[in-house]
Design a protein around this ligand. Sequence first.
Ligand SMILES: [Mg+2]
Length: 199
Amino acid sequence: MIDFEQLRIANVVRQMEWPGNEEADLAFRALEVADEAGEVMGAIKKLERARRGIAGSTLDLQDVAEELGDTMIALDLLANEIKCGPDEFAPSVELQASQSVQPVMEQALILDNMVGDLSFAAFLLLAAMSAEGDELKPREHVIQCMSRVLASLSGISETLGIDLGQAVAAKFNKTSERYGMATRFETARRPPSGALRND
Ligand SMILES: [Mg+2]
């Protein structure tokens, strides 16, 4: 399973060294989740192409794992943006994931719907923020939608036999290497707790 606490620490620490991070706001983070979830769906489609022998470009299980990792990382960055701790959107994941017994293609379609709901919830929160209205309910709605996306990602991982926690750590470190960032996802050692503060 995912070490949510470590993911948040790694994300916050890496964003400190990510050039232009201060320009990433709620709209950007929400779009990032939608984009990465779309890549999960694309990877599942191409995996299925390979499995069924349908002509066209194909991808393997490793590619799906990487996109699941990307989406999870983006989801946590969105949660961080609205000051939502992992404990607020992660608790009922395993219960929901265990209900996911549909074929992976069907789960991917459900993921599409869950992410659509999340995008719209983020839009409503943005509208409430710009209108200086009551942000409380829109924020709760975003968190509910994030929980459902997370459950969807867990279900897909389970069905495909992917260890989502491992996929997150591996893709986090691959991205750090690619962009020359020093932060690594480490499950054993942790930076001082002061590093967690982002406000
Ligand atoms: Mg990606």
